[in-house]
Design a protein around this ligand. Sequence first.
Ligand SMILES: *[C@@H]1O[C@H](CO)[C@@H](O)[C@H](O)[C@H]1NC(C)=O
Ligand SMILES: *[C@@H]1O[C@H](CO)[C@@H](O)[C@H](O)[C@H]1NC(C)=O
Ligand SMILES: *[C@@H]1O[C@H](CO)[C@@H](O)[C@H](O)[C@H]1NC(C)=O
Length: 495
Amino acid sequence: MSLFLEKNMLASRFLSCLIAISVFVLIVSSLSLLQFADNSFIPRSVFRLILVNSTSLYPTSSVTSGESKTPFLPLETFIEEKVQRQEIACQTSSSSNSSGGVGVIKVACDKKQAILRVYMYDLLPEFHFGLLGWKGNGNEMWPNVGQVPSYPGGLNLQHSIEYWLTLDLLSSNTPNITRPCTAIRVHNSSEADVFFVPFFSSLSYNRHSKPHGKEKVSLNRILQDRVVEFLRSRDEWNLNGGANHLIVAHHPNSMLVARKKLGSAMFVLADFGRYRAETANIEKDVIAPYKHMVRTLDADNSPSFVQRDILVYFQGAIYRKDGGTIRQELYYLLKDEKDVHFTFGSIKSNGVREAGRGMASSKFCLNIAGDTPSSNRLFDAIASHCIPVIISDDIELPFEDVLDYSKFCIFVRSSDAVRKGYLLNLLRRIKEDQWIKMWQRLKELTKHFEYQYPSQPNDAVDMIWQAIARKLSFIQLKAHRNKRYRSLQLFIKDR
Ligand SMILES: *[C@@H]1O[C@H](CO)[C@@H](O)[C@H](O)[C@H]1NC(C)=O
Ligand SMILES: *[C@@H]1O[C@H](CO)[C@@H](O)[C@H](O)[C@H]1NC(C)=O
Ligand SMILES: *[C@@H]1O[C@H](CO)[C@@H](O)[C@H](O)[C@H]1NC(C)=O
């Protein structure tokens, strides 16, 4: 191909993309002018969600599919459409480097287009990558996005959410990294929708919760105290009482000292098991998946119904406290049954492969409440395309506002599960075609539970940012309510 042709092609592709972007921006801005002229604070994302397809939130009776009508399902579809649109808009990268990379256009994510503008505090490395042993040259605060330190493997990885979110923000201003344009890091705090606190709290708990040597206080505790002190000294925090701040505390024991003091912020958590309702709740906080330990099965080579000869699989630790006794009760009910694999013993990292094989050979995988309502076993089951059977009355599930878990999981109340014969009876009655339907859905959904860098459209990192964006209107509502009386006082004082 001649150089001329190639340039021409690139130019026309760029042009059509530009037109698409302008039309989209024009529509959004004219609509917001019409209806919401005086709201500058409300995140654009929320508008877009309502405006672009107002029918999607309130489906009309004309939407009749064979399946039951769930009013929120269209939102799910909407999110996937939206991401596709963004991909077209943001990634005008062409890979035509056959002639030495002439004219390769790469466009960074644009902060006007992003759904979420995030200001990340420049905390010292000892709060984040320093915990991974990273030492910057001189006063470097962040690692180069091209050579990032790796997170320690093994079971620590289940709670590595903090790491993936931070990396995604760091790379959001770099044109040469292809990622969805959902969140973007902004450097001017007055442009931010949310404030991200890059403290690797789960790692800090896992590695430093006991005092070393002669220390009286653990490093984990010292770091938490310093985070509290830092935030309380910031105008950005005090302006809103921290409500628009984002703190990742995925390990149930992380932030144990600081959580109450920072309870007005949004948390990214595994569940609410060890939190008081006023500190963490589903209104303001986001539930994030664990990073699964087993390898994700290839959707095209996933064993189907007849190839999975174990009916029910469970492997896990035994607990005697905090409602975990149900594991024991189920053990005695199920241990001698045919087609059931039920063993105790926590999965050591060398047993992960074995657990993966077991789940991939099973039709149903049990998720029984342990010392906390959630565990990474659910996400291992999803990655193995093994239909999860959830026996955990207080579990919270990631992205449940857009994912209908009843389409690919089976929920059983604890009080039913311990009735003799109930569980196996229920599972044996599920027919092959019903199972296949859930399995198909599961295979489509595994992508939402993958943490990776760079992030991909609708993977776990991207889904978390989207979930945070959906919380913003609630944060906004609270902020406005708090201002009802305060604004007037400030106004009078100024005079
Ligand atoms: C809006 O949503 C409805 C229902 O999901 C769909 O049929 C329609 O095509 C959507 N319209 C646009 C403009 O996306
Ligand atoms: C992207 O560019 C940055 C500098 O802007 C560089 O440090 C990094 O190594 C590059 N990453 C990749 C994956 O090429
Ligand atoms: C930050 O943004 C605000 C509003 O857009 C602007 O007034 C201010 O000058 C900016 N600050 C800096 C340091 O660029």
